[in-house]
Each structure stands twice: as C-alpha cells, then as structure tokens.
Design a protein around this ligand. Sequence first.
Ligand code: ADE
Length: 241
Amino acid sequence: MAPPALKESPLPDTPISTVLLVIALHAEAAPLVADLRLTQDSQAVFPEGVPWVKYSGTYEGLNVHIVTPGKDGIHGCDPVGTVPASLLTFNSIQVLKPDLIINCGTAGGFQGYREYGVGALEATPVPKLISALQLKTGVLTTGDSLDHVPEDVVIMKANDATVKDMEVCPLYMPFGGAAIAYVAHLLSVPLIMLKGVTDIVDSPAATDEEFLANLSLTAHAIQRTVSKALQFISGKKLSDL
Ligand code: ADE
C-alpha cells in the first residue's frame, strides 16, 4: 500500500505565525533556547505531573515554542524515544495550535550518504528553504534506542535510510509509528525535520562514544541552522517554503 503524504490537504494560504520546535534532549534544546532568547514559562499547558518543559517567545515576528520531554521521573535522564515524543507532540499541538512543526535534533548517519532518498511518509515539501539554507535532504528512520541490531541496518538500508533518530518515525508503520510524524499526520499539521549527524550508524565505532563526543558541537550547528530557518520562514506562507 502506498504510504500517505504527511500533509494531504492544501497548504494554508496564510503567513506562518506559530512554530513548534519539538526537541528530545535538553542538550539539543539549550543552545536554541539561548539564541532565540526564549523563556521557560510556568503556564500550565501540560497535564499535571508530566516532566515536559516549554520555552516560548517571539523571534523574527514568529511565535516560537520549544517543547522537550524534560527529565524522566524515575531515572533522571532525558526521556528519549518514540512514546514520549508522540505524547509530547500530541499535547503540544492541542494546546499551542502550531502552523508548522520543526523536529530538530541529532541523528546517526550512514556511510555512503544518499543525497536524495525516497521517504515512505513524506514531510511537508520546503524546496525553497532547502535551497536557501543549502541543506541536504534524505530519508530519516527511527529506532527506539541509540544502538541497533544488525537486522535494523538491513531494513534501514532497504528503505534508503540516510539518517536515524529516535522520535520522528517517517517510515510508514501502521501500528508502530507512535512518534512525531505519526502525530503530525494524524492531526494534519505540517512537519519538517532538521537533523545534525553525531555518529555513523553502520561504522564499527561505538555509537554512544561517537554520539557523546559530537553532541555539543552538533547541537550548536543545529541551533545555527534552525535560527536561519526561522528567519527564512518569518513572514512566509507554507507555499513559499
Ligand atoms: N541520535 C544521534 N545518533 C543517533 C543514532 N545513531 N540513533 C538514534 N538516534 C540518534
């Protein structure tokens, strides 16, 4: 069965006013929060008891919200993975009503980079943004852990994977796709993904070591790219992207 495009209805013909950035790790969000001068607001937008965090403000005339899943109540770590990401995204869309979601963060890359891949669930097309920022495009795949078993690599390569993260899930999985792309599709909110590569998935190097060694540098690179993307998006409609 052919996978659905992320946004099937016509793109709204009004300027984008509210952008929701969904980011998994605090370390990925922190440089952007600082650069965009967003403030953590205590407004009760999330259900009582969840550890989720929201930073908001205006940037280049856009209402910008960054949401992160906060810290796990039991283990104290960032609650990464598809389940926290999908719950956070679902709630944030209900409350903040964004015109556009940007999922940004780190991902593992593949050797033999493919510039253009075939995605099974298509993101919102933004060809002008891609060319203005000279971004590379490709197929993003999602696992629920940083590591992978050999069978994962076979499946990811068979689907033309360019990078792998832990929360977006653009591959079409009718029952397993409980993550950001699934939720955005469910609620018909346009979504783009901006990823910075910290590690090479199909290399013999230890993924966690590579990831930690490159996390800070990559988070700052992501911050610069997302800031430029927001500057480009400001005052434009989706059809201008
Ligand atoms: N984020 C950064 N590197 C990753 C990897 N190899 N897998 C999943 N998420 C990642």
